[in-house]
Design a protein around this ligand. Structure first.
Ligand code: NAD
Length: 275
């Protein structure tokens, strides 16, 4: 498995397994399949309500803890310093872990104006050795700049909506300039529309690969961390089978050209849902 080195030296698998919208009862099975298939990084969140299922799969796998990379996220109504520290403990209890690999602020919710408090709590958890790396999700250039001005530690990761139809070039460039790893959520564009595009089928045919594999390869060559989600064993296997081919410059450019500027998810500048 390819890894990327975060700005504090911690290594993170470049491809992981996302579990949004997987109910707790199904998460154990899906994560078990993923771990058996070779995935070593799992992306969950408090709001996915499946941290317990993820934890059960991790324990049942028998894999050494140091081989796994587990991410979870702080929810929007817990940005206050003390609440954030408690929320972390509760997530860790559900996951059944002592140390987390990556903890993210799920959304900045700029209208609440509390994400700096939340970040200070994450810095404390990091300083105490409870988490190996801390980062953010859905932060914009503006919220990242504000965070830099107010605090000391540059986030290791910003997990953002990113796929060929919404490639976020400016934000990726900003991350590169500041040593922040770009992690793509909905890397397959949630499967709808994107994977049916004939351009992807054509590139895939040239390599004996599916459109999903072509899209994941595009991400990897850009340097993104990806966390595709599936509960179907064949697709779980397909999505990790992307390390034995390479897209050339013309193919990369053809995929870049699929940009239509449309988000699938909410706009982080205004999103303020509390769940
Ligand atoms: P995704 O882009 O990974 O797409 C998943 C969907 O694509 C599946 O439900 C399935 O319908 C289809 N699919 C998967 N593999 C396929 C294949 N090989 N061939 C054809 N179709 C396939 O979408 P996602 O689940 O939204 O995003 C991935 C992960 O990102 C989530 O599970 C979650 O962990 C994370 N995420 C984070 C945020 C955030 O705010 N931080 C938001 C959304 C998602």
């Amino acid at each position: 498995m390819e890894v990327i080195t975060l700005n504090n030296g911690v290594e993170m698998p470049q491809l992981g397994f996302g579990v949004w919208q997987v109910p707790d009862g199904e998460a154990e099975k899906a994560v078990t399949t993923a771990l058996e298939t070779g995935y070593r990084s799992i992306d969950t969140a408090k709001l996915y309500y499946n941290e317990e299922g993820v934890g059960r799969a991790i324990r049942a796998s028998g894999l050494p803890r140091e081989e796994l990379f587990v991410t979870t996220k702080l929810w929007n109504d817990e940005h206050e310093y003390d609440k954030a520290l408690r929320a972390f403990d509760e997530s860790m209890e559900r996951l059944g872990l002592d140390v987390l690999d990556l903890y993210l602020i799920h959304w900045p919710v700029p209208s609440r104006g509390k994400y700096v408090d939340a970040w200070k709590a994450l810095e404390k958890l990091y300083a105490d050795g409870r988490v190996r790396a801390i980062g953010v999700s859905n932060f914009t250039i503006k919220t990242l700049q504000h965070l830099f001005e107010e605090t000391g530690v540059v986030p290791a990761v910003n997990q953002i909506e990113l796929h060929p139809q919404f490639p976020q070039k400016d934000l990726r460039d900003f991350h590169a300039e500041h040593g922040i790893a770009t992690e793509a959520w909905s890397p397959l564009g949630q499967g709808q529309g994107l994977l049916d595009l004939p351009e992807l089928a054509e590139i895939g045919a040239a390599h004996g690969k599916s459109p999903a594999q072509v899209v994941l390869r595009w991400h990897l060559q850009l340097g993104n961390v990806v966390i595709p989600k599936s509960v179907t064993p064949e697709r779980i296997a397909e999505n990790i089978d992307v390390f034995d081919f390479r897209l050339d410059d013309a193919e990369m450019a053809a995929i870049d050209a699929l940009d239509n500027g449309r988000r699938l998810g909410p706009d982080p500048a205004t999103f303020a849902w509390m769940g």
